[in-house]
Design a protein around this ligand. Sequence first.
Ligand code: SF4
Length: 65
Amino acid sequence: MKIIADAGRCIGAGQCVMAADSVFDQSPATGEVMLLAARVPADEVDAVLEAVSTCPTGALSTAED
Ligand code: SF4
């Protein structure tokens, strides 16, 4: 599973980092989401899906490989 982050829609709310801090980080300068991994690690699938569902702007999505 791939992770897709649309930084243009990100408002820096940080829910994604709270859900999965091994996959998501935020730019120190802008607060925009940064991906630490292009693919979802097997043990982070649930956390990433939670991040996708709780992002307030719909900036995150996933796609099958
Ligand atoms: S939860 Fe959404 S809006 Fe908040 S930092 Fe992550 S991608 Fe950006």
